[in-house]
Structure formats: structure tokens, C-alpha cells
Design a protein around this ligand. Sequence first.
Ligand SMILES: [Cu+2]
Length: 391
Amino acid sequence: MEQQHAHGHNPHEDIHLPDPSPWPLVAALATLVVGAALVWWSNDRSNDMAAITIGAAAFATLFAVGGWAWEDSRMRRRAAQHPEGAAPTRYTQVITFLIPEGQLDAARAKDGVLAAIDDADNALRNLRGFQDLRITVSPAATGPSQVLVETTWTDREGLASYEETRKTILDLLAQHEEQVVPGSVQVFDMEVVRDTKDVAFRFSLGAAATIVSAFIVGGFMIGAGLTLFGSEGTAAGGGEGTPPPSGFEETGIIPARNIRFLVTEIRLPPNTEVTLTFDNRDPSPPHNIQFHDGDASAPLLRGCKDGCQTANGQPTDEVSTAIATGPVQQKFTFVTPGPGRYTFVCVVHPVDMVGTMIVEEGAPVPPGAQPAGASTAQGTSTESGTSGTGS
Ligand SMILES: [Cu+2]
């Protein structure tokens, strides 16, 4: 920024300030959505909507960055088209004077010159184009004290019409001449100009700061998503050198988090011994999983071979686990009933935590759900497979 005298420039020249740009905000929001969708997707990779959201948000990010770059280059071009580089933005009148030694307290008193200038602020606010009045006093221990009064105007007409009134700072000084050192009054009319290159440079700095923070936030979100990937892989028992499986179709795991089953529909073949895992990831509240022989009002499904407990922890042949506080994994082996739809719930949260087991011919047994002794996934029928009710 530089200051110069008022008569060098045409006051009606355009003002080159950057328009407020929506692109940095759009880019930052889109990056956030990408991160959130990644976390979502990592929780439930079978969810097509999550994948679609990632794609859409990534596209929006690219679009916003593109629009941003285009706008930035347009801004630079506009700055380059004005090689003289300067446009007036406001007008300032600075008046300095000295208060004689010993008069400073009187000048500050209610009817003193400084108080009068302060009061003038209210009258000036009603004038067209008035922006600001600033008084700077530099008290001196000995000798006169320097005072600087600065009034700022949006255009030269405002300053000119103010000078035609009889309430200028100079008039106030004349009314308090005993508090002003004779001959010490100086007046400067200034046009404050702003360099467009300077503005463009500062715009670039702001853009760079925004994109860096967007990357930090986005990177954090992606990192959080990858961490979830990692923990899910561990939970699924991966680590044999192959990519860790994740969905129920591969693992036989029914995860729960935030008082929701993350898998709400499973398909299994009838009359087959399977080992499922209820992966309760909630540190609180406690959950269990239990399968009903029909809808949730039907009695519990029977046919459990191993690992089942009633809700309050007693051994049982009902397909159920004990209510437990997570994170905990509960493994249980049972023989699937005949074809039909069966409901599984958490007995603590039967409204929020509910899912459906569809038993149908030809449904695959998840590799991770094959019991230790099973050699083939399908057709392992047993005599005690069905409970005889509900289906
Ligand atoms: Cu629950």
C-alpha cells in the first residue's frame, strides 16, 4: 500500500478488489464429503451408495479446484491488464497540531479541543461518504504534545462536501486556540491507493492457505478411513498375505456399531452347520444377537451346536449370545433351519438393532463361517437341523 497526493489519479477509475470466491469453500466441503464417504464405505463396503458418494464427491472436488484455478488465472490476467497497477480506494485527510505544554489535561476535559473533536465524530457520521475518524495523541512529558486527527472518506466528493461545512476539524481548532500551538496545524489530503498486483498476490496466499487446510482435513479423514480398514482387516482374521476380507459373504461376521447392525441381511443355505461371529464394536451400551424362528415375536431359533448363551449368560441350544459390553466378538455355531425368513435382533435394542436371515437353497456359506470340521460349504445336512416351527 502506498500513499500519494490526491491530484495524480482519476478518482472514477475501477476498484480492483477480488470478488469473494466460492471455490475454496466448495473444494473444502467436497474434500470433507470424500473423507466422510470413505469412512462410510470402509464400514460397509457392500454399500453401493457409499461408493457412488465417493465418486460424486471426488468429482465435485476436481470441479471446484478447476473452477478455482480458472478464477485465479482470470484474476491474474485482470491484474496484468492494469500495468499502472494502482486504483484509488479511499480518501484521507490528516490534520496534525501541537497542544502546548500543560494544556493536555484541559484539552482532554469536557469542553477541551480533544473532546470537541471526539464529539464531531457523531456529526460526521451523517455526512455522505464518511468512513472513519481517528485521533492519535502522543503525550510528551516536557514540551508540546502531538495530536494526529485522521478522517477517511469513500470518495473525493464526500471529503469536498465536508470541507464546505462549518464543522470541520479546523473550525474546532480555531474555537480552542489557547489549546493549540500557533502555526503548528498542518493538513494533508491523501488518496489511499491499493496496488492490484498486491491484491492478487494476497488472494493467492489466501487460496494457498485454504487448499493446504483442505488437504490437511481431507488427509485426516482419509487416514481415519484407512485406520478403520486396518482394524476391520484384523477383525476378519486376515493376514495370510491376501487382502483382508470384509463383507459377511466372506467372513460370516455380523458387526455392530453405534447401536446398529452393520449387516442387516444375511443369506445362508438350509440345514447347514455355520459358525457366525457377532462383532460388537460398541464400548457401550451392551448388546447381544439372537435369532428368532420367524419374526421378532416368534420364539428363539434352536439348533445351536456351540458358543450360544441366553441373554443372561446361561448355556443354551437357542441361537443367541449373552448380553455383553464391547468391543467383543462372540462366535457361535448352529445348524440353519429350513428355507424361510428369520429375524435377528439385539434383545437390548430390538427396535434399532434388527436384521433378517434369509435361508434359501443355493445360498453360499461364507468361507469364514465354515465350522472347523466342515470340508465343503454346502450340503452338510444334519438330523437335528430344523426346529419345526415358524418356517
Ligand atoms: Cu443392543
